[in-house]
Design a protein around this ligand. Structure first.
Ligand code: ATP
Ligand code: MG
Length: 586
């Protein structure tokens, strides 16, 4: 079924992008670069752009970070831009006093606490490389990532240290310091140092290290959806894209109250959970608690959130609870909603308009791209199920690799690999210790994303599936997203994951796994009904041949359905690297 295009609403006069076509044509990266402050003595530093540039302006005394209480939606603690500048300078100065060198790696294993933000920004100010970890990781994924990046410093909390690190961390010979955020009256565990003691000794007037645009800044590990996570390295120049993409794709402005729900361990949690919104002088809402539908709606209302950036899994969880809850809250402050991380089923976009009064704006990017590359914008109509159009400054195309060179897909509606013209500011500069893999991702000046997509007559891009997940059945190339979206149309289906299983006749046949919404029972009749709907929507060649109901589908901690794991389990094959799987190694 093709969904009706959602016409754009009246574009607010203050909307950052008024006319996509015009902006796309006239845009140059130099223009975005000029909008940055730059370091007083020359050079570029992400943390300076995020914090220090606001000093001596109206923004300095406004709240930068507002941390909510765990038990209510009240603000428990907040930091102004001025305070954040001082605290991050203290941390940068502490790193210097510890004898660290610019380029050294500082990791953080913590939930959404003020110290995480201070660590990230202070490390960048010092010229170090910041690397966040999911706080729910178990010891093994933590250890392997510390090893890959040869961490010099790890910042963590007392609780996480005792639970996951105490027995082995101090054996690591490359790790010079472990800084622990302790309860006020506690001392740091033996062999570690107190984060707050060091912070107090740091100089609040520390001046940002004169980093250059190509100096390394961020080390992010990919989500591990398709295999072993890769360490993608980004440089300070990335901030040019962070700021500009938040303006265009999130319509983010200085007076916004902004809430990004991404886990701090995932690239979105840094690029758009810390850096981009601060460069624009917005106020960030930070919720330390886990997902809870009622709480989330209350946060949107009570905190007057104006721009909300979330993910398909979260939206699907909200959908599970229906439209009643959101109707009990006042969401008039909410101006823009966006989603990233996985394909956003058209059903979810439409649900947004019904339940929340506005559509979700899907956008696409990867750890490797460092920032949003393709997006739906407030000034364009939304075609539910489409990722939108390339950001100004980004050239996207559909191509196939051949030994003779790149073969371009010029026709709308034909699937191929999504490629981006190399050279945008937030493009990753390496896969750590995997140079050959990095080189392989590029051909003739184009970056091959590993995702399959297609475009339509109007230049909208549509996600088909990851190259690894695409199913070849009786001569058809089937993208799991299309099948999953059709299954999601059934009122009982909360989430769906689709794989190909080997078949003598067809090569592969489509098999679906679904989880049900509360109140629905798995039985043959229901499965027949869902199968029937899928056949009607997709035709018998593409519809699943069988459906299995599960309580939950395996997901990464960043909320992506792990189709490779569904497949490995189905076929009795080795599970591969499951370090990023939600619920694993707690
Ligand atoms: P790994 O590379 O380790 O397998 P990953 O690709 O899931 O993990 P991320 O960089 O966090 O790691 O995710 C980027 C990928 O997520 C994209 O390549 C794409 O497959 C998917 N994705 C992100 N946003 C969207 C979107 N809006 N629509 C469709 N897919 C998306
Ligand atoms: Mg990937």
């Amino acid at each position: 079924m093709t969904y009706k295009t959602i016409e754009k609403g009246a574009v607010d006069a203050a909307c950052v992008m008024q006319d996509y076509q015009l902006e796309y044509q006239k845009f140059h990266w130099e223009q975005a670069e000029q909008a940055l402050a730059g370091l007083p003595e020359g050079g570029l530093n992400i943390a300076f752009e995020a914090v220090d540039r606001h000093l001596n302006t109206d923004v300095a005394e406004k709240a930068a970070l507002t941390f909510l209480s765990r038990n209510s939606t009240d603000i428990e603690h907040s930091l102004t831009y001025q305070q954040l500048a001082e605290q991050s300078s203290r941390f940068a100065s502490a790193l210097q006093q510890m004898g660290l060198k610019p380029g050294d790696r500082v990791y953080c294993l913590a939930g959404r606490i003020p110290e995480l933000f201070i660590t990230a920004l202070g490390t960048l100010k010092f010229g170090g490389v910041f690397s966040p970890l999911f706080s729910a990781f178990g010891p093994e994924p933590i250890r392997s990532r510390l090893e890959i990046g040869q961490a010099s410093v790890l910042v963590t909390t007392e609780k996480l240290y005792q639970k996951k690190l105490a027995t082995w961390l101090l054996e690591l010979d490359f790790l010079k310091h472990c800084l622990v955020v302790t309860e006020p009256e506690h001392t740091a565990p033996a062999g570690t140092e107190s984060f707050h003691t060091l912070l107090q000794q740091g100089d609040p007037g520390y001046q940002c290290h004169p980093t250059r645009p190509e100096d390394p800044a961020l080390l992010h590990f990919t989500s591990g959806t398709t295999g072993k996570p890769k360490g993608a390295l980004h440089v300070h120049q990335a901030v040019v894209a962070h700021r500009m993409t938040a303006q265009f794709a999130l319509d983010l402005r200085q007076d916004d109250i902004y809430w990004c729900t991404a886990d701090p361990g995932w690239v979105t949690g840094t690029s758009y959970g810390i850096l981009a919104p601060l460069t624009l002088g917005a106020t960030l809402i930070i919720d330390p608690a886990d997902f809870d539908a009622e709480r989330w709606y209350s946060i949107l209302q009570d905190r007057g959130v104006t721009v909300w950036y979330t993910a398909p899994t979260a939206i699907r969880m909200l959908m599970k609870y229906g439209t009643e809850l959101p109707q009990q809250v006042d969401l008039t402050a909410l101006r823009h909603m966006a989603s990233v991380g996985e394909p956003l089923n058209p059903e979810a976009v439409v649900w947004g308009t019904k339940a929340l009064g506005k559509p979700f704006h899907d956008n696409w990017w990867q750890t490797e791209t460092g920032g949003i590359m393709i997006a739906n914008y407030p000034c364009l109509p939304i075609k539910p199920g489409s990722m939108g159009k390339p950001m100004p400054g980004i050239t996207a195309a559909i191509a196939r690799r051949t030994d003779a060179g790149i073969e371009w897909v010029d026709a709308p509606g034909e699937a191929g690999e999504l490629v981006l013209k190399a050279g945008w500011p937030s493009m990753f500069r390496s896969y750590l210790h995997e140079e050959a893999r990095y080189q392989k991702a590029f051909q003739d000046g184009w970056y091959f994303t590993g995702d399959l997509a297609q475009f339509d007559e109007e230049g909208y891009f549509w996600f088909v599936g990851r190259a690894d997940d695409v199913i070849k059945s009786s001569g058809h190339l089937i993208g799991p997203f299309e099948v999953e979206s059709a299954l999601m149309e059934h009122p009982a289906v909360a989430e769906a994951g689709v794989i190909g299983v080997p078949d003598e006749l067809g090569g592969e046949v489509v098999k679906a796994f679904i989880a049900l919404k509360p109140g629905y029972q798995a039985n043959e009749e229901l499965i027949r009904e869902v199968l029937g709907l899928a056949r009607k929507r997709l035709g018998p060649a593409v519809a699943p041949k069988s459906i299995e109901v599960r309580d939950n589908l395996p997901k990464t901690r960043s909320g992506k359905i792990m189709r490779r794991l569904l497949k490995a389990r189905e076929l009795g094959l080795p599970e591969g690297d499951i370090s990023t799987m939600e619920g694993n190694n707690e």
